[in-house]
Structure formats: C-alpha cells, structure tokens
Design a protein around this ligand. Structure first.
Ligand code: F6P
Length: 537
C-alpha cells in the first residue's frame, strides 16, 4: 500500500466507475501472471465465442447471448445464423406499448378500473434480478416520480405465506399479475400462478383472467394452455439463461409497468456500456476481466473460497442475493466443460449485506476470524441526501466514512505494539489484535440511477463468466438443481396418496419415513379433499 506506483496501476476507470484493487494480495507480478493465465485459458477467445453466438453452453446446446438483450437497435448479433437484435426490439417495443397502456389507464381491469398494482410471480432468475433492480430504483428520485401511486410486488416462494403477504391489502380489481417463467413448468411458479388465478377469478369471475394476467416465457404453448392470451405474452429465447434474464421481458416488463419504459431503457444502456467495454478493452483496463481474474486468484491460489458483497447503499440490499444465484448457480460445478472432474474447486460462496448493517453483524469474522475477500461498493452521490444543521458531516458522508475506513482496517489491521502504546492491558492484547493483510476491492460509482444499476449488473455478470472461462467449466447450465426437484415429486405423490387414501409412507429411508409420518400424523385433521381456501389476511 506504500508503493504509489503499484497502487496507481491498480486503479481502473470506465464510464464513471472506478475500481481500486490495490488492497488485493497481489503484486504487479501477480497481475502479470494472471494475464498469462487468462491467455493460457484462451479467455479472449471464449469472450469472442460468447458474443458471436456460438453454442458455448454445450450441455444444453445453446448460445449465451444476454448481451443481445441490451444491444442498440442497429446492432447485429447472430444466434444460429439469425440476427436476434430485431426480435429483442420487437419485444421491447411491445412492452413499451403495453406498459404505457396500463400506466395511462387505457388498459383497465374487468370492472373498468385502472391496474395500479402488479404482482410478478417467478422464482430464481425469474425473480432475483428484477427484485434487485426494483429495490435499487425505488428511492431513485427520477424513478420514484414515475412510480407514484403504483406498487410492484414479487411472489416467489411456494410457501402460502408468501401468497398471503403478496395479496395483503391488494384488490384484485386493480391488480395485474405477471407470470414469469422461462420454462412455464417450474412447480413453485405454476402453483402460485394457479393460486392467483383463483384469487382473481373467485373475486371477479373467470373471464377476468384475460385482463388481469399476462406472462413472460420462452414457452408460449404452455402460456396458452394455462389460459393466458398469447397476445399478452412477452417472449424471450433459450439463449437467455434464467439468471441472466433480468434484461429480457423477465425484468423489463414488471419494471416498465412500475417505472415506465424510458427508465428501464436507461438501465439497459448502462448494461450495454459494460458489454462494449468487456468485449473491447484490453485486459489490464477491463473491469469485469480484472474482477474475474482476482476472484480466481483468491479462490484457487490463495484458498479463500468466499466473497462478501458489501454495498454501502441500502438501495442495493438485494444485490448480494441476486449475485448469489448468478455466481453460485453458474460456477458451482465439479467437472470441466468436457465432463472431467476438476482437480481444484471452482465457484465462490457469495454472501453480503449493505454496509453499515453488515458491520454490526458478520464483520467480526471478516476482521479477526476467517479471511473473506470483500467487495466494497460505494456511491458518490446519494439517491436521498440528508443534511442536518450542526452535524459534523451529512448522513451520506457518515455512511461513506465507513466505506473508506473498513478496507484499510482489513488491510492494515492492528499490531500488539500499537495496542501497547495505547496502554491496552496485556491480557486483552491478543483479543484486540487485528492480523491485517485481508484483501478487498473497492468499486466507486458516481450515483445510483437506472444507468449505473445496469453497469453494476453487467460488470458482475461478466466477472462470473470470466471466472468460469478460466476454471474451464460451463457457467451456463445448472444440472445441480434437478435432483432435489425430482425427489420432491416422489414426496408430493406420497403426500397425496397418504392424505387421500391413507396410504402408509413407503419407499423412503428411515429418517425421511419417520419425519413424513410425523408430519402426516400431526396434521391428520386436514380433510382429504378440502375446499379451495385462500389466505384470509
Ligand atoms: O431452479 C433453477 C432454475 O431453473 C433457475 O435456473 C431458474 O432461474 C429458475 O429455476 C426458474 O426457472 P423458470 O424461469 O423456468 O421458472
């Protein structure tokens, strides 16, 4: 940290974003070696193959083209010999027109009332990205102005409590339900969709569904089967991975309903700016590439398997949960892209909370327990500044004092000599010592508007791709989520048979049999064929 030349070379700026990685446990030689590693892993070629629509998701035989979702109208990006950009813009134009109709009140519900509230049903990638962006925009003054009088809620969990919380205080007459599912088969989403269809039709009659339910999916046949008019379905494509789909109709539709399309277009432009940077900037100035290589350095070479994502902005409170899916579903793999068991561990354990809340929670472990590389994300201008006359600093400066202090506390620590000078009693010295040399990086954004949110999203998406390319894995499939789903199907069948016919629990191990039997016995007062019941909150 005392080597100014080193520190200077570890600061990179692009389009208003400043990355400072001088607090990484890396020398200039390390960076040189990481560059050679990138070369050996053919990183540039992998990026080019992604942008040119090759089927780099080989286990699903698909291209990976989320960059096309935010490409300018006149861009040309091919998938399977077809320029996909016109299709992207057809859907964006359709969303713009539809959201304007709903927002202006020219599209009304079954009883003639404007639809001011939206519930977006979806899970995983059909939920976390849109939730992150919505939460980030909620307090942006420009976005908030456009959202006046409107509400956007997200129903993800199949837990009926989530249904209850979502519909609490809402009137079906003024609510639009958007069913978001790439496959339109996800068990949680489809049951929630059937539940809200019942909520609408029991209040307004079955014909109301056409006015109160729309869909986002790649599977328009199943959308139609469900009973949603395909004119009110918004398509996307199999070259968009679920966790990379926030820039498709998955995010653009609910967010446009809430904030208006022009705000969402700014978000897409911010992401697109990083897309250009990622595919064109030299690696030593390329923010996603540097972030990715440093992650590989920390995980694979220094042996630090986790990463803390610490935004100093309450508006980014859903950023870490979103990145958890993008990162862990993408890179949590045990075999190479060719199916060979990896001789090293890939993937990162991501977690995080906004500062300063995290400081009063898990930072103890980060400062004195395990070494967790940290991402500090700071914003220069607050979305909602507060100044109090007589206070030493503004409220945002108070927040940012912590953003600037924490990385140095981790890097420098505190020695026993320093503690002795402060007259700390001998027996407390080991407890008050901080080892230091704990890596972090700082990302400073000029503000947190729709554009910056797009930049942040794309930087992390591409960082995670870089990690996967270097580890030699397929970051774009997710077979690991399948086994649990199929075992749940077996349990579902058993529950049905036991409840309706009194069948004994069979075919499970001792543990599961005991638990299931206890569960069924303790809830045996539930009738075999109960009438429809919706939450009463
Ligand atoms: O459970 C994993 C997953 O397939 C995710 O990859 C995906 O984002 C989520 O389920 C939801 O899938 P869908 O959009 O098809 O409902």
């Amino acid at each position: 940290m005392n080597d100014k030349e080193r520190c200077q070379s570890m600061m990179v700026e692009f389009d208003g974003m400043l990355l400072d990685y001088s607090r990484q446990r890396a020398t200039l030689e390390t960076m040189d070696k990481l560059d050679k590693l990138a070369e050996a892993a053919s990183l540039k070629q992998h990026i080019n193959r992604m942008y040119s629509g090759e089927h780099i998701n080989s286990t699903e035989n698909r291209s990976v083209l989320h960059v096309a979702l935010r490409a300018p109208r006149d861009a040309v990006i091919y998938s399977d010999g077809k320029n996909v950009v016109p299709d992207v813009w057809n859907v964006l134009d359709k969303i713009k027109a539809f959201s304007e109709k709903v927002r202006s009140g020219s599209w009304v519900g079954a009883t003639g009332k404007p639809l001011k509230d939206v519930i977006a049903i979806g899970i995983g990638g059909s939920f976390l990205g849109p939730l992150f962006v919505h939460t980030a925009l909620q307090t942006d003054p420009e976005a908030a102005e456009f959202a006046k009088g409107r509400q956007l809620r997200f129903l993800a969990n199949v837990d009926p409590i989530d249904v209850a919380r979502n519909i609490a205080g809402l009137n079906p007459e003024t609510t639009l339900v958007v069913v978001v599912s790439k496959t339109f088969t996800t068990a949680e989403t489809m049951l929630n969709a059937r539940t809200l269809r019942e909520w609408i039709s029991s209040a307004l009659g079955p014909c109301a569904v056409a006015k109160h339910m729309v869909a986002v999916s790649t599977n328009l046949t199943l959308v139609e089967k469900f009973g949603i008019d395909t004119n009110n379905a918004f398509a996307f494509w199999d070259w968009v991975g679920g966790r990379y789909s926030v820039c498709s109709a998955v995010g653009v539709l609910p967010l446009s309903l809430q904030y208006g399309f022009p705000i969402v277009e700014k978000f897409l432009k911010g992401a697109s700016s990083i897309d250009q940077h990622f595919c064109s900037a030299p690696f030593e100035k390329n923010i996603p590439v540097l972030l990715g290589l440093l992650s590989v350095w920390n995980v694979s070479f220094l042996g630090y398997p986790a990463r803390a994502i610490l935004p100093y902005s309450q508006a980014l409170e859903k950023f870490a949960p979103h990145i958890q899916q993008v990162s862990m579903e993408s890179n949590g793999k045990g075999v190479s892209i060719d199916g060979v068991p990896l001789p090293y561990e890939a993937g990162e354990i991501d977690f995080g909370e906004p500062g300063t809340n995290g400081q009063h929670s898990f930072y103890q472990l980060i400062h004195q327990g395990r070494v967790i590389p940290c991402d500090f994300i700071g914003i220069v201008k607050s979305q909602q500044p507060v100044y109090l006359k007589g206070e030493l600093v503004s409220n945002h400066d108070e927040l940012m004092s912590n953003f600037f202090a924490q990385p140095d506390a981790l890097a420098y620590g505190k020695t026993s000599e320093q503690l002795l000078k402060e007259n700390v009693p001998q027996h407390l010295i080991p407890h008050k010592t901080f080892s230091g040399n704990r890596p972090s990086l700082s990302l400073l954004l000029p503000s947190l508007n729709a554009y910056n949110i797009g930049q942040l999203l794309a930087s992390y998406e591409h960082r995670i791709a870089v990690e996967g390319f270097v580890w030699g894995i397929n970051s774009f499939d997710q077979w690991g989520v399948e086994l649990g789903k199929s075992l749940a199907t077996q349990v579902r069948k058993q529950l049905h048979a036991s409840r309706t016919k009194g069948d004994p629990v069979e075919g499970f191990n001792f543990s599961t049999t005991t638990l299931l039997t206890r569960y069924l016995e303790a809830s045996s007062d539930i009738p075999a064929d109960p009438p429809t019941l919706l939450p009463r909150i």
